[in-house]
Design a protein around this ligand. Structure first.
Ligand code: NZQ
Ligand code: ZN
Length: 381
């Protein structure tokens, strides 16, 4: 085992924690509060932020969309540069937080901020903090940002230790206004994040596997307990599980896959599926196509997570059943696409240099075509 692990984000977990943001932002910093389509103005979160920021110099930027676009974000870059903002406060889900990570780097750069999505190394970034309103992505305490470019149907990511939020407020009472679609999306995204770092091939760490299995089991319990999704107990557990699924620890020093995500991002970029919806239509078929590579971990997952020690194929069905039981389709044919879908996705992956995906680099474009082909069939034969 050999790895570095670093996570500097202070986690402020529990009810009433929004007011604790004053411990992390000094009064002489000019703050920009960034949010999405306005849900925070209806559910009381914005009001709590305004109260907390009493005595600060601050302004706001709203309208960051789901799957945040560089086109929208570049308007905020101008504001940050013009008003000499020192601190960015993200109030929202993964899209707003990812958007703020982009703002943090693009605002201190003279060129086109999209350069960072094309691989330019981040050398400096403004400070940011996050008030999470939708548990799913783990963006609140990780170094990654996923940004879309509408004009070219692209969705790409960058990562830098400089964009870890300084703090993340995880107060599950802000989740009461989430609808079923977003709760289910959050559960599926966190489940797939854990799988991307676990469902590969056997490793030697007793801790990493055990921890991943605990997260997967927890998410499976929440899916089975879907009827109680409006309770505080259910919601705060999702908030903690989703956070731990992608704060970097379970993936450190172990093989990682991420092919489901890379294919899913291209599907969202072309056809607008929610992030988690795109994952649920890829993962089951990816597991089937790559079954020879995945079977040992699938068997382990069956035994440890689903209590199904019989065989590894049935585990894929258990995953599908779990997503479907909370209303997330597992077939791309459930969504509106077009007859160019396979061509569009494989060409986009190719142009982004993603022709050898997966933990062994053996998920090639012909395998991606096969995965999509299977997902496009209305029934599993
Ligand atoms: O825009 P608002 O009004 O806030 O509404 C949002 C949005 O419509 C709404 N919402 C959020 N909190 C709410 C709420 N509605 C009512 N009550 C609340 N408390 O939910 C909708 C979806 O929000 P969004 O932020 O887009 O969802 P999510 O957190 O799932 O983020 C998805 C984005 O994160 C990226 C995805 O690709 C996608 O762009 N990811 C980021 C990752 C990372 N940074 O590590 C990893 C992930 O794998 C993922 O790729
Ligand atoms: Zn994800």
């Amino acid at each position: 085992m050999e790895y570095s692990y670093y996570n500097p984000t202070a986690i402020q977990f529990g009810k009433g924690q929004i007011k604790s943001i004053v411990n992390f932002i000094s009064k002489d910093q000019k703050v920009l509060v960034v949010y999405g389509g306005g849900s925070i103005k209806k559910n009381g979160v914005y009001a709590q932020v305004v109260t907390a920021l009493d005595g600060y110099t601050w302004s706001e930027f709203g309208g960051v969309e789901a799957n945040p676009s560089v086109e929208t974000l570049n308007k905020a870059v101008e504001i940050i540069k013009g008003e000499k903002i020192d601190f960015i406060l993200a109030v929202g889900g993964g899209s707003v937080i990812d958007g703020c990570k982009y703002l943090a780097v693009a605002s201190l750069y003279d060129g086109d901020g999209w350069d960072f999505l094309e691989g330019k190394k981040v050398e400096k970034a403004l400070s940011l903090g996050a008030i999470l309103t939708l548990p799913a992505t783990g963006s609140e305490s990780n170094p990654t940002s996923v940004i879309s470019k509408k004009s070219t149907n692209e969705k790409r990511y960058f990562a830098s230790p400089l964009v870890y939020p300084k703090f993340a407020v995880l107060d599950s009472s802000v989740m009461s206004s989430l609808d079923d679609r977003q709760l289910a999306n959050g559960l599926v995204d966190a489940f797939v994040h854990t799988c991307e770092q676990y469902l590969t091939y056997p490793n030697t760490s007793l801790l990493h596997d055990g921890y991943s299995q605990t997260i997967l089991k927890g998410l499976h319990i929440l899916a089975q307990d879907w009827a109680n999704r409006k309770t505080q107990l259910w919601q705060e557990n999702l908030m903690l599980l989703a956070n731990q699924a992608l704060n970097g620890f379970i993936g450190s020093g172990v093989p990682q896959d991420w092919a489901t995500h890379m294919i899913g991002h291209e599907i969202t970029a072309f056809y607008g599926l929610d992030h988690a919806q795109s994952l649920a239509v890829v993962q089951p078929y990816l597991l089937r196509v790559m079954i020879e590579d995945k079977k040992e971990k699938l068997l382990q997952m069956g035994k440890e997570v689903f209590n199904m020690p019989q065989n590894y194929e049935i585990v894929i069905e258990a995953i599908e059943y779990m997503y479907q039981s909370i209303g997330v389709p597992t077939k791309l044919s459930a969504y509106k696409t077009d007859d160019k879908v396979i061509e569009n996705i494989t060409k986009a992956l190719e142009s982004h240099g993603m022709t050898a995906l997966g933990e062994k680099g053996n998920i090639t474009l012909d395998k991606v075509s096969k995965i999509l082909e299977m997902s496009l069939k209305p029934f599993n034969l």
